[in-house]
Structures are given as structure tokens and as C-alpha cells.
Design a protein around this ligand. Structure first.
Ligand code: HEC
Ligand code: HEC
Ligand code: HEC
Ligand code: HEC
Length: 268
């Protein structure tokens, strides 16, 4: 571990309990035990899911064992990182294959989580050449439907079989054990003026210090790099995968080391 990056690593490798964090001075030990736990959880889930043959998580876990959502902060099941609910399914908190929201309510493919109705304060800056939507759209609105702290984790269109999704009494991390609302560091609220601009058109034609969309590696524009489009939360974060650097980079598509993430789009 590079000494220069220590403060950041220390900030992220911490134990959380009831929204509070404790930092462990012995980072390596924590890294290895976290890796061990992640592998153990993954193995256990492959076994359990293999036996119960619940699709599609079992398929995902089997096809890409070291990669995926199982055991991350986005695994809100009873065996996920923070054991947010007593449910046993994972994808259900965001998608459902048969009874999802439809039409404009379907902010991402087969969306199953209630969408926030908050009014957001968007980023503004005279130097930005691209155009920001007046409110966050699509894939960013999905993230904010949990991360603005106004919608409970278990507020779903279709509940998992057997229920259990709205009991948060065992939740670790920053989810309130009574309301199921997000609190603490991962709660962004509705003021996006201090967050990298999102729901923003990527205009490399107007801003020459941006790479051409076809040159982008790792990061993602919406709908796609080939078509070009917008910067959304998912441009930097992949909600389905452990960050590229594990716990130090939450769901990040590209490492923060040497600012690689930023330099994936910005030519500076
Ligand atoms: C915490 C929320 C969340 C969970 C849980 C989740 N997804 Fe997603 N998913 C998203 C978001 C947000 C998008 C929109 C595209 C993006 O940002 O990557 C998405 C998009 C997708 C897509 C469309 C492909 C794409 O990249 O646009 C597929 C397929 C998908 N998810 C499958 C799954 C499966 C399978 C699971 C369970 C193993 C799952 N997702 C769990 C949030 C989630
Ligand atoms: C269904 C609710 C839900 C949705 C939708 C959702 N998240 Fe999360 N996310 C969570 C929860 C719960 C946590 C853990 C929060 C905690 O305990 O503090 C989390 C944690 C995170 C973290 C921090 C991870 C860590 O290890 O500390 C990041 C980054 C994140 N989410 C990004 C996103 C992005 C980007 C999207 C959209 C692409 C998204 N989330 C959509 C529920 C959600
Ligand atoms: C330009 C890239 C980028 C975009 C766009 C982006 N993030 Fe992040 N996000 C990061 C990085 C890098 C971190 C790592 C923490 C840090 O260095 O502050 C992070 C950290 C986080 C965290 C962990 C808590 C924290 O503040 O450190 C959450 C939650 C999160 N992002 C959610 C989101 C959501 C939701 C959106 C869309 C509204 C979003 N991010 C858009 C790069 C991005
Ligand atoms: C997916 C591509 C992408 C990534 C990754 C990315 N940015 Fe950006 N960033 C943009 C775009 C597009 C703009 C708007 C530029 C414009 O329209 O003039 C922007 C704007 C900015 C601005 C200028 C805001 C202003 O008010 O003029 C800063 C500063 C910035 N980004 C910093 C960062 C940092 C730091 C990172 C890494 C954590 C990062 N960006 C990662 C695409 C990206």
C-alpha cells in the first residue's frame, strides 16, 4: 500500500456499526479479512443459490466468481455486506423480471424500487459546456432513490416472496434500523452542487479537454460510449460490482490511483 494513499485507505477501511465508523490502524489485516469474508460469502451464496436454483443471481455468481454484486453494499439481502434486510434475494431491490414499474416510472431497465420525488438542486457552473437536465434523469435518479435518504430500502413495486424486505432491525452500515432510510456518509441528500455534475451531456466537441467518447476506457456514458450521451452516477460507479480497488473505491469503474478515473475522461 502506497504511503501517499494511506489517509484515503484508512478512511475507507473501517468497521461500521450503527452508522458509526471505527478505523483500524492495521490496514492490511483488515483488507485481508475483508477479502476473506467476501470470498466466504460468495462461496456460501453460490452453494445456497445452486441448491435453491434461484435465478439470476446464481447464474451471475457462477459465471463471474470474483466479480459481482454478491457481498457488496448493494447486496441488501440478509447475507449482504450490511445485512440491510431479512430478504434472501438481491436484484429485487432494484429490478424484478415480471412486475416492474412501467412507462416513465421505469427509470432503469425493469425497475422495482420506488422512485424519489425530491426536488434536486443541480450543479451549476459557467465553465461547463455541456447541458445539465433540470432534474436528474434515468440511471442517476435510480441511485438517488436510495441515496437521497427519502425512500426506504424496502419500498418495492414487487416484494420478494415471503416478504422480510421491510424489517431493518439487523441492518448494519448507514441504514436506519426503524425507517429503512439511508443516513450517514452515503446519504447525498438533494443538494447535488457538491457532487461531480451528472445528468449532463458529454460535449467533447465543445470542451476540447474531454476525450472523444470512442476513446473512453472503463468509464461509461449513457446510453453508451459508442453513441455518446450523458454522464450519470453510473459513469464512474458500477452498482453491480465491487470497486476496482475493492473497499477503497466504492463501486468505482476505474481506480482512483494517480487519478486514473478522472483522466479517463479529462485530458489535463
Ligand atoms: C442497488 C441497485 C441495483 C441492484 C441491487 C441491481 N442492479 Fe442492475 N442496474 C442498476 C442500475 C442503476 C442500472 C442502470 C444502468 C447502470 O447504471 O449500470 C442497472 C442496470 C442493469 C442491467 C442493464 C445493463 C446495463 O448495464 O445497463 C442489467 C442486465 C442488470 N442491471 C442486472 C442486474 C442483476 C442480474 C442484478 C442482481 C444480481 C442487479 N442488476 C442488481 C441497479 C441495480
Ligand atoms: C435500493 C437502494 C439503492 C440503490 C438504488 C443504489 N444504492 Fe448505493 N447503496 C445502497 C445501500 C443500502 C448502501 C450502503 C449504505 C450504508 O450502509 O451506508 C449503498 C452504498 C453505496 C456506495 C458506498 C459503498 C461502500 O462500500 O461504502 C456507493 C458508492 C453507492 N452505493 C453508489 C450507488 C450508485 C452510483 C447507484 C446507482 C447506480 C446506487 N448506489 C444505487 C443502496 C442503494
Ligand atoms: C466523476 C465520477 C463520479 C460521479 C459522476 C459520481 N461519483 Fe460517487 N464517487 C466517486 C468517487 C471517486 C468516490 C470515492 C470517494 C471520494 O473520493 O470522495 C465516490 C464516492 C461515492 C459514495 C460514497 C460516499 C462518499 O461520499 O464518499 C457514494 C454514496 C457515491 N459516490 C454515490 C454517487 C451517486 C449517487 C452519484 C450520482 C448522483 C455519484 N456518486 C456520481 C466518483 C463519482
Ligand atoms: C465519464 C467521464 C468523466 C469522468 C470519469 C470525470 N469527469 Fe469530470 N466532467 C466530465 C464532463 C463531461 C464534464 C463537463 C465538461 C463540460 O461540459 O465542459 C466534467 C466536468 C468536470 C469539472 C469542471 C466543472 C466546472 O464547473 O467547470 C471538474 C473540476 C471535473 N469534472 C473534475 C473531475 C474529477 C476530479 C474527476 C475524477 C474524480 C472527474 N471529473 C471524472 C466528465 C467526466
Amino acid at each position: 500500500m502506497n504511503k501517499q494513499h494511506r489517509p484515503y485507505a484508512r478512511q475507507k477501511f473501517c468497521f461500521r456499526w450503527r452508522g458509526r465508523r471505527w478505523y483500524d490502524p492495521n490496514e492490511r489485516k483488515v483488507i485481508w479479512s475483508a477479502l476473506g469474508m467476501a470470498l466466504f460469502t460468495l462461496a456460501a451464496r453460490i452453494l445456497i443459490l445452486g441448491l435453491s436454483s434461484t435465478h439470476p443471481t446464481s447464474l451471475m455468481a457462477k459465471s463471474s466468481p470474483a466479480h459481482g454484486i454478491i457481498g457488496t453494499a448493494h447486496d441488501l439481502s440478509s447475507t449482504g455486506l450490511y445485512q440491510v434486510t431479512h430478504a434472501t434475494e438481491v436484484c429485487i431491490f432494484c429490478h424484478t423480471p415480471h412486475d416492474s414499474y412501467t412507462g416513465i416510472e421505469q427509470v432503469i431497465p425493469v425497475w422495482n424500487h420506488a422512485t424519489t420525488t425530491a426536488q434536486f438542486v443541480m450543479y451549476t457552473s459557467p465553465s461547463v459546456k455541456g447541458t445539465l437536465d433540470s432534474q436528474p434523469m434515468g440511471p442517476s435518479l435510480a441511485c438517488l432513490s436510495c441515496h437521497d435518504g427519502t425512500v426506504a430500502m424496502g419500498a418495492l413495486h414487487e416484494a420478494p416472496p415471503g416478504g422480510g424486505q421491510s424489517d431493518y432491525s439487523q441492518a448494519g452500515g448507514g441504514v436506519n434500523r426503524t425507517t429503512g432510510l439511508m443516513e450517514g456518509a452515503n446519504r447525498l441528500g438533494n443538494d447535488l452542487t457538491a457532487v461531480h455534475p451528472i445528468s449532463l451531456t458529454y460535449r467533447d466537441d465543445l470542451n476540447k479537454s474531454l476525450r472523444h467518447p470512442a476513446e473512453l476506457i472503463g468509464v461509461r456514458l449513457y446510453p453508451s460510449n459508442a453513441q455518446g450521451g450523458k454522464v450519470q452516477c453510473g459513469s464512474c460507479h458500477d452498482p453491480h460490482n465491487f470497486g476496482i480497488d475493492g473497499g477503497t473505491a466504492p463501486f468505482l469503474r476505474v481506480t482512483k490511483q494517480g487519478s486514473s478515473l478522472c483522466l479517463s475522461c479529462h485530458l489535463m
